[in-house]
Design a protein around this ligand. Structure first.
Ligand SMILES: NC(=O)c1ccc[n+]([C@@H]2O[C@H](COP(=O)([O-])OP(=O)(O)OC[C@H]3O[C@@H](n4cnc5c(N)ncnc54)[C@H](O)[C@@H]3O)[C@@H](O)[C@H]2O)c1
Length: 330
């Protein structure tokens, strides 16, 4: 598939932009479709761009008309869990209706390969740890449901129209481009690693850890952090593996859980700064432990994370944030 053309929807966002860089570096021809609602033009300098909105069917058609494309990678979504509870309509419109327009226009344009950014949040409170692909999916918030709705839509499109898809369920995406060009910048940052780094760098006044009475070794939530460049590589491997009419799902995590307190200690040791924080109440729907079983991705795709250690993940993120005090506007 090298030299093939890929439409990367949401390619100006955090994970998308790292994936665009990785795919171009590996000889693929990437075009980004983005509306910059949370993405950054600075993260895709020199990349072909179609500025377009997924929620407008004609925009999807216009973007696909710049092909022909061999595959579509779909990163575009709203992904703040708390906001999805307050504004589910916004989430269903963007994540489900927008994806429907994209898939329907792909069908008309004859593009049949699709890689979808899904999430461990489709499992809600998992039945067992680590979480493998065989467990029951039952989300506990609208965000997770919108992602599961799309997963189901993909299977129906496969059965009826011969779509080939690969669902990649990320655990906690983290870290930054080791070459320092790209990093994580979300409008209202809610992810733990950047929040702790901002506190270490004096860029936020306070830091709250939600819950210290979970059944985990230190009482705080445990998560599986996966480097964003390792996610990028999984996209390439998943696309290469696809066959006509195939539908598959893979979990992408490191299989190691780190507690909130371990993340804070790691940031302290890398930054040399003391990170003060306070405990707040548990957040509704926050499972104590989320750790992925990625053996399927390992066995079938040959995927093996290159940056599995928390220290490397945090160091790449810290380097980017410390050199970009105003994010991409720095
Ligand atoms: N960050 C994580 O830890 C994580 C974990 C699991 C799954 N995911 C999924 O991965 C994907 C990417 O996440 P991210 O952290 O890079 O998010 P992000 O907000 O940084 O990137 C999303 C991109 O999509 C674009 N976009 C959103 N709505 C659009 C629309 N209607 N039309 C065109 N472009 C639109 C945004 O402008 C942005 O560039 C999302 O689908 C998210 O649900 C993320």
């Amino acid at each position: 598939m090298k030299n093939k053309k890929i439409l990367m929807v949401g390619g100006a966002g955090y994970i998308g932009s790292h994936c665009v860089k990785y795919m171009r570096r590996n000889g693929y021809d990437a075009t980004v479709m983005d509306n910059f609602s949370t993405g950054h033009a600075e993260s895709i300098k020199g990349v072909s761009l179609v500025q377009a909105d997924l929620r407008i069917r004609e925009d999807c058609r216009r973007a696909l008309a710049t092909g022909p494309y061999d595959a579509v990678f779909h990163f575009a979504a709203f992904c703040a869990i708390g906001e999805s509870v307050k504004e589910p309509a916004k989430y269903y419109e963007n994540n489900v209706v927008g994806t429907f327009y994209l898939l329907d226009e792909m069908r008309k344009a004859g593009v049949s390969r699709f890689i979808f950014s899904s999430t461990c949040a489709t499992f809600g409170v998992p039945e067992r740890i680590p979480i493998d692909e065989g467990q029951r999916q039952w989300p506990v918030n609208p965000y997770g449901w919108t992602k599961l709705d799309v997963e189901i839509m993909l299977e129906h499109f496969r059965q009826a129209y011969g779509l080939s898809y690969s669902i990649l369920r990320y655990f906690n995406a983290a870290g930054a481009d080791p070459e320092g060009e790209l990093g994580e910048e979300h409008p209202q940052e809610g992810h733990l690693i950047p929040c702790v780094i901002f506190k270490a760098l004096g860029r936020r006044k306070s830091l709250t850890i939600f819950g210290n009475d979970y059944p985990t070794p230190d009482g705080t939530c445990v998560r599986d952090y996966i480097h964003v460049m390792d996610l990028a590589e999984a996209h390439r491997l998943a696309m290469e593996r696809m066959s006509p009419g195939s539908g598959d799902a893979f979990h992408l995590g490191n299989g190691n859980g780190y507690s909130n307190l371990e993340v804070i200690r790691c940031v302290e040791s890398i930054s040399g700064a003391k990170v003060d924080f306070e405990y707040g109440p548990r957040r509704e729907g926050d499972p104590p432990l989320l750790i992925g079983d990625s053996s399927r991705a390992n066995e079938i795709l040959g995927w093996k994370p290159k940056y599995p250690e928390l220290e490397t993940i945090v160091k790449t993120a810290y380097d980017w944030h410390s050199k970009h005090p105003k994010g991409y506007k720095s």
